[in-house]
Design a protein around this ligand. Structure first.
Ligand code: NDP
Length: 259
């Protein structure tokens, strides 16, 4: 007979791999954000969706819920710091915590620098750079309090191979790359940081470029070579599902044929 202190208790352990993660996603109304939300929700994550178009967010939330998943949404313009903060608050009020924020909202107004499209430059800086910073600002106090968290920034191969017309767009994305690395180093294990740089992805993205000539050239190229948004969503799932002590840093995902 074993003495009482030797009785083996069932081995109950906090298992980060099985935890249903709470994931906030900006720019969830279409493209990569939408595909990522659907895949994460299908894998059991609780997704908190932000973008400006609430009709698209409502129908995505409905689809996820009808498929048995959990989702909440809120109109979010990432150029407003208060909107980013209230998206994170929604995660806390709806699901009790925030495990991951995906700073995905982005725009590209591509133009030669000599065309001096200051309005386009400001739009990209406001959404791609300041919007990402506002997401980080909203999430970090929660991550510090919780002692864990994960920031995923959607960057771009435009920041890796610099080409004409993409100067300011690439600059905003490379600023995010730099900030991601600083965040990683400052984390000291308290949160994880992942930067994902897609190449041409089949989304409405290039169709939103104002300059007609550049829009049609890039849309045609995208039609020829773009990879599905699900390829990026799969990488997000990979980064998120690593054990807490494993940080997936930079991932580049592009069509095999892309220059
Ligand atoms: P989409 O145009 O489909 O998605 C962009 C998303 O950003 C939309 O959901 C849009 O929602 C949102 N968004 C834009 N402005 C704001 C804003 N002010 N506040 C909140 N949300 C905003 O394109 P993708 O899915 O392709 O783009 C997602 C990310 O991927 C972007 O950061 C982009 O730079 C990056 N990327 C895309 C590539 C591609 O080839 N598609 C290549 C490399 C990087 P709404 O309009 O409803 O606000």
């Amino acid at each position: 007979m074993f003495p009482e202190f030797c009785i083996v208790q069932p081995f109950i352990r906090y298992d980060p791999w099985n935890r249903k993660k709470v994931v906030a996603i900006t720019g969830a109304s279409s493209g990569i954000g939408e595909a990522t939300a659907e895949l994460l929700a299908a894998k059991g994550a609780k997704v908190v969706l932000g973008a400006r178009r609430t009709d698209a967010l409502a129908s995505l939330t409905d689809r996820i819920q009808k498929a048995g998943g959990q989702a909440a949404y809120q109109q979010t313009d990432v150029t407003r710091q208060t909107d980013a903060a209230s998206l994170v608050q929604l995660a806390l009020s709806a699901f009790g915590r925030l495990d991951v924020i995906i700073n995905n909202a982005g725009v590209s107004q591509l133009q030669l620098l000599e065309d001096v499209d200051v309005e386009g430059w400001e739009q990209m800086i406001d959404v791609n750079l300041k919007g990402t910073l506002y997401g980080i600002a909203a999430a970090l106090p929660v991550f510090k309090m919780q002692g864990y968290g994960h920031i995923i920034n959607i960057i771009s191969t435009a920041g890796i191979s610099i080409v004409p017309t993409m100067g300011v767009y690439a600059a905003t994305k490379n600023a995010v790359r730099t900030i991601s690395e600083a965040l990683r180093q400052e984390s000291k294990g308290r949160w994880r940081v992942t930067g994902i740089s897609p190449g041409f992805v089949d989304t409405p993205f290039t169709g939103k470029i104002r300059n007609e000539g550049i829009r049609s050239v890039l849309t045609q190229r995208a039609n020829e070579i773009a990879i599905p948004a699900s390829a990026i969503a799969e990488a997000v799932v990979y980064a998120i599902s690593q054990p807490d002590q494993v940080d997936i840093g930079d991932i580049v995902i592009r069509p095999a044929i892309q220059d």
